[in-house]
Design a protein around this ligand. Sequence first.
Ligand SMILES: [Zn+2]
Length: 599
Amino acid sequence: MNWDLTSYFPEFNGPEMNEFKETLRKDITSLREKATVLMPLDTSTEAEWEEIFVENEDIQVRLSHLSSYVGCLAAADSRNEAYLKEESSLALMKAEFSKLRVELLRAIKDAPDEILSSFTRRQRFSSAQYYLLRLREESRRTMAPDKEVVAADLGVDGIHAWGRLYDTISGKLEFDMVFPDGRRERLPMSQRRSLMEHADRRVRRAAFEGGNDAWQTVEDTAAAALNAISGTRLTLNRHRSVEHFLDIALFQSAITSKTLNAMFEAIFAGIELPRRILRLKAEFMGTKAIAWYDLGAPLALPDQQSPSWEQGKGLVKNSFDRAYPALGGFLQKTFDKRWIDWEPRPGKRPGGFCTGSLLTRESRIFMTYNNSMGDVLTLAHEAGHAFHSHLMRDLRPYARIYPMTLAETASTFGELILTKGLLEDPSISDSQKALILDTEIGHGAIYLLDIPVRYEFEKTLYEERAKGEISVSRFKALMVEAQQRIFGDMLEKGGEDPYFWASKLHFYITGVTFYNFPYTFGFLLSRGLFAMFKKEGPDFLPKYENFLCLTGSDTAENVARRSIGCNLESPEFWAEAIKSLEEPLKQLESLKLDLPKSP
Ligand SMILES: [Zn+2]
C-alpha cells in the first residue's frame, strides 16, 4: 500500500488497536446501559442526558477512527481475510452503537418543545443545536425502541451483509479483456473504468463487453442483493411511518423536496445542453450517436499524454497553488504525509473515496491511478473532500457531520480549479486544452444525464419493489428504458448498458439511499460557486470557506443563503449553473475542425 496508516494504529491487530477496540466496545455497552434505564428527557433527567449525549459524541469520534482505518485496509486489499473479518466485527460494533442511538432518539422523541429547546440551549451543546434538532426530526420516524433494537441487530446479517457480499464479489470479480490486437488479459474489475476512458473506441467496447460478461456471471447475486437492500428499506419505512421513500434521502441530504424538484425541473428543461455535448462527442468519433461506453471517452488527439503519477500530482498541485494557495498547501501536505493510496494492484476495490478520522483529524484518499486524465481529476476531487474536512477540523464532532449534497461541493470545486488552472497554463498545448474542455463538458453530460438515469432508475426500482421482487430481466429493462428516455436519440440503439444496475457500486451502499442526485446537486452548486469565484476573485474564498464550515450546522438551503446569499429552492439558480457549461462547450466546438477522427 502507498499510504501511511500508522497514525491510526502502529500496526493492524497490534496491542494498541486491540485495546482501543476493547475500550470502545465496553464504553458503548456501558453508555447504552446507562441510557436504557433513564426516563425520556424532562427537567429531572436533563443533566443525565446531557452527559450521555456528550459521551456519545466521544464514542462517535473513536468509532470513526476505527471504521476509517478498517475501511482503508479492506479497500486496498479486499482479498485479505483478516481485514474482511475485522469489517464484520466492526459492523457488529456499529450495530451496538446504533442501539445507543435508538436510546438517544427515544429520549427526545416525545419531549415537549419547551423542554427540548431548553436542553439544546445548554452550554455544552453550543454549536450542536442543529445536530440535536436533526435527531429530533429523525426520532419522529422511529419505531418503538425495542423494535429498533431488533432492526439494528438483524441489519448486521441482513441489509448490511448484502452490501458486504456485493463489495466482496465486486472486489474479486475479474473480466476478460481482448485488446484490438487480439491480446487477451484477465483483469480486476477495478481497472475497467480506466479502460472505458481509453481513446480507442475498440478498447472501450472490449472493456465494456468483457466487463458485462463478468457481471452476467454474478447477476443473480447482484439482483438478490438489490432486492434485499431496497426491500428492507421499504419494510422499515412502513414500520416507521415514512410516507415516501424519498423522504429519507431528502433528510439525509438536508434539502427540501422543493429544492430537489427545482433542480430536476431545471435539468429537464435544459436537457438539450448536455445532449449537445454528446452530439459533439459523437461528431468527433464520426458517429451519429454514442454508446454507453463512450461516455468517458476522451478526444483522440495525436499528442495525447498519459500523465504518470508524478506528472498527475504536479498538474493538480500547480493549479491549486495558482488559484487557491491554501488548497495547494494542503495538497502538498497530503503528499508529504503519504495520505494517498493510488497504485493499481489486484484485489483493490474499484472507485475512489476520501475517508477520515475524527480523532486524528486526518484524511486518507483511496483511488486507482491508471495514468488517465480522469484519474488526475479524481485526485483533485478527493483532495477537495479532504480539504473540506481539514477546514472543519477544529469544529466539535457534532458540527462536522455534513450531508453528501454539500460534501460533493468541495470535491467538484477542486476539479474546477484544476480545470481552470490547466486551461490557463501556457505550458499546456491547445490540443491538451481541448482534451480538458472535453473532460469538463463530459462531466456535465455525466451529472446531467448519467446521474439522472441512476436517480430515475432508483425511483422506479422502489416503486416496483413495493409490489414485489424484481427479476434480473426487469432490472435490465428498467435500466435500458431510463437510459433511452434521458439520453434521447443521442444514445445509439443497442448502445445502452443493461448491467449498469449491477456494476454500479452506488446502488449497494447500505448506509445511504439515493446515492446519486447529491452528486448532481454538488456539481451544479459548485459550478454556481465557481462562477462567483471567477467573478469576485480571491475575495470570494472566505465566503466559500464559510460555506464549507457551515455544512454541518444547517440545512443546505440555509448554508447557501447564509454564506453566499443564494436561493436553492428556485429553478433559476440551477438553470444558471447548467448554463455555465455553454462556455466550455462553445470553446471546444470552435476547436473541433482541427481534430482527427478517433479509431
Ligand atoms: Zn466525491
